[in-house]
Write a protein that binds this ligand. Sequence first.
Ligand SMILES: COC(=O)N1C[C@@H]2C[C@@H]3O[C@]2(Cc2nccnc23)C1
Length: 130
Amino acid sequence: AKYESNVFRELRIFLRDVINRLMSDRKFCCFVKPVNLDEVTDYLDVVTTPMDFSTIADKIDDGSYTSAAQFVADIQIIVNNALKYNPVSDPLSKAVRHRAFMLKDTVDSIIDKELDSDFEKTCEELKESR
Ligand SMILES: COC(=O)N1C[C@@H]2C[C@@H]3O[C@]2(Cc2nccnc23)C1
């Protein structure tokens, strides 16, 4: 009821702050929008679930996330997609892979430092009661 909506509102505010910081970090520019399927014509042959920061931002606003763990899972999809599509070989791929590893560690660090574990536990418990 009122309590639940306050908790999930708090979660949305936290997640918007995190995704906004990621979107404004130039090193993560390749993750901001969906990979352009007109330009990268074989992308969906390799990647089954495209994901990007703008899609995550929409999901925050839609109320799709009832825990930070679900948000982190979508970040992990971005990371896994980048590692899968961009083989180690060529320099451009190497750069995308490096940024994917940076994204993973950056988000894990933010969550560890800034997300209260009791708050996340409350979100998980409320999610079950939905
Ligand atoms: C998260 O970003 C990526 O996985 N990629 C892979 C694509 C291949 C290469 O770089 C990307 C975008 C792109 N667009 C046009 C032509 N070639 C490219 C970024």
